[in-house]
Design a protein around this ligand. Structure first.
Ligand code: FAD
Length: 419
């Protein structure tokens, strides 16, 4: 039995797994290996982190290596997890602008797939990156910083593993802050559609959870800064306050989720939905996600609601989030503010394969863009057409990886389609 991704829906085709402990070891590995690919914390659901050769885990290079008090920037090894980074930052009195739903993922793997949290005024996590050190396909160590070449950084930061192995990452930080989470139940869809911007803009980060059944969404999670933001109290756009802590995944234990009920806590213990040290999400699952223009949010909801009945047996839960426009070339938010429809399905590949085309057809008129780390039924040609900078990205890949050492089935088909 081969090694699998975190969710177990994908068995990697890689022949070997290498675990270098230093930049020099990464360089030697790249020079001496015909095909290889960086592996993060294995949380992607598709073949983006796979290779026919050697997967390279930087799990041993997972520490903060520098903190610049003058700029507030933090530098860490290419294998660091958000959980490790966040704790180190909090000790320095610093914070990131946002986190994904779980802190268990690697910082570089998250950036490479344009992973995002929710926040109408906050870009994706790749936008936090101020610099990268990357071993390219020739074994050369390149340093790319926003100060030095901001366009090149935007070209490579959402790199889907195609350019090399990131051995070091530098991120922008801000002074630490506290967040409180308030959960509301039964948000009428009619109000969500009509008052979308007010609902999603009601805090630092807002998520709506739904199974697309009935006339209302099951929960709204509002994460508000304790300073400078007024947390909503009482009825919220027709939804009522939850009476106790919950888990956004129906039936999952509340203890696995970060504290709610308005109890303030540090940013890194409130922005993710799921707590480090506990199982995130539902486990045996498959995820898909699509991004549409913010102005199409109500149309997105109206397009998905009629599919609720069809999805009923396969869907664990859906999450609606927002992400602000950002600059990385392959970011789905590169062309403007976005709204995201996320789906956690049971790990039933056949059922998911039946549903994805239905969802993608429903969202096609809105030009929906799939998430780089999740599953999609869209052919590479259709995906390529959704990313205007993909052809330019292909040229950067040629420069960084002239022999195609980091190419895999996922990137090869995509970049060929961009021709
Ligand atoms: C339970 C769960 C919850 C999730 N929640 C969210 C969410 O809230 N928001 C969201 O947007 N996504 C979410 N995701 C998706 C997840 O964030 C992405 O799949 C992300 O890529 C995972 O990071 P990883 O380190 O596991 O990457 P992997 O799956 O290991 O790798 C992904 C890509 O990153 C590249 N990569 C990794 N490390 C390096 C490196 N050092 N150098 C160069 N390339 C590298 C790999 O080559 C590959 O191309 C979730 C996934 C799960 C399983």
């Amino acid at each position: 039995m081969g090694r699998t991704n975190w969710a177990g829906n994908l068995t990697y085709g890689a022949e070997a797994l290498a675990a270098p402990r230093s930049v020099e070891e990464v360089q030697d590995l790249v020079r001496g290996t015909a095909r290889l690919k960086a592996l993060g914390s294995r949380h992607s659901f598709n073949g983006v982190a796979d290779t026919s050769g050697t997967q390279v885990s930087l799990a041993a290079m997972d520490r903060v290596t520098g903190f610049d008090a003058a700029t507030g920037r933090v530098t860490a090894g290419g294998g660091i997890l958000h959980a490790t980074l966040a704790e180190a930052l909090q000790r320095e009195g610093r914070a990131l602008s946002n986190l994904a739903s779980l802190p268990h993922i690697s910082v570089v793997g998250a950036a490479a797939t344009a992973t995002h949290g929710s926040g109408s005024r906050i870009g994706g996590l790749a936008a936090q990156v101020a610099g990268l050190q990357i071993v390219d396909g020739t074994g050369r160590l390149r340093e790319i910083t926003r100060a030095g070449d901001s366009d090149l950084l935007d070209a490579i930061v959402v790199g889907i593993g195609a350019l090399g192995i990131v051995t070091q990452v530098t991120l922008d930080t801000e002074p630490t802050y506290d967040i409180r989470q308030d959960v509301f139940e039964d948000l009428p869809f009619a109000r969500l559609e009509a008052e979308f911007d007010a609902i999603m803009g009601a805090g630092h980060s807002v998520s709506v959870f739904t199974e697309w059944a009935g006339e209302s969404a099951r929960q709204v999670w509002v994460k508000s800064r304790t300073r400078g933001e007024l947390a909503p109290r009482g009825p919220f756009h027709g939804a009522r306050p939850a009476r106790c802590d919950t888990n956004p995944v129906p039936g999952a234990p509340a203890v696995n989720a970060t504290p709610q009920m308005g109890v303030p806590g540090p940013w890194h213990e409130r922005l993710p939905h799921f707590r480090m040290g506990f199982a995130p999400s539902s486990g045996e699952e498959i995820q898909a996600e699509y991004f549409v223009a913010r102005e199409d949010s109500a149309a997105m909801i109206a397009a998905l609601r009629p599919l609720g009945h069809e999805m009923r047996d396969a869907l664990v839960s859906s999450e609606i989030r927002t992400v602000a426009a950002d600059e990385p070339w392959l970011s789905p938010a590169a062309r403007g503010d976005r709204t995201c429809a996320h789906f956690t399905f049971r790990r039933d590949a056949a059922a998911v394969a039946r549903l994805l085309p239905r969802i993608e057809d429903a969202l096609a008129p809105l030009g929906a863009v799939p998430h780089w780390g999740k599953v999609t039924a869209m052919p590479p040609e259709r995906i390529a057409a959704l990313f205007p900078r993909l052809r330019d990205f292909r040229e950067i890949v040629r420069d960084f990886d002239p022999e195609g050492k980091f190419a895999n089935a996922f990137t090869r088909r995509l970049l060929e389609a961009a021709a």
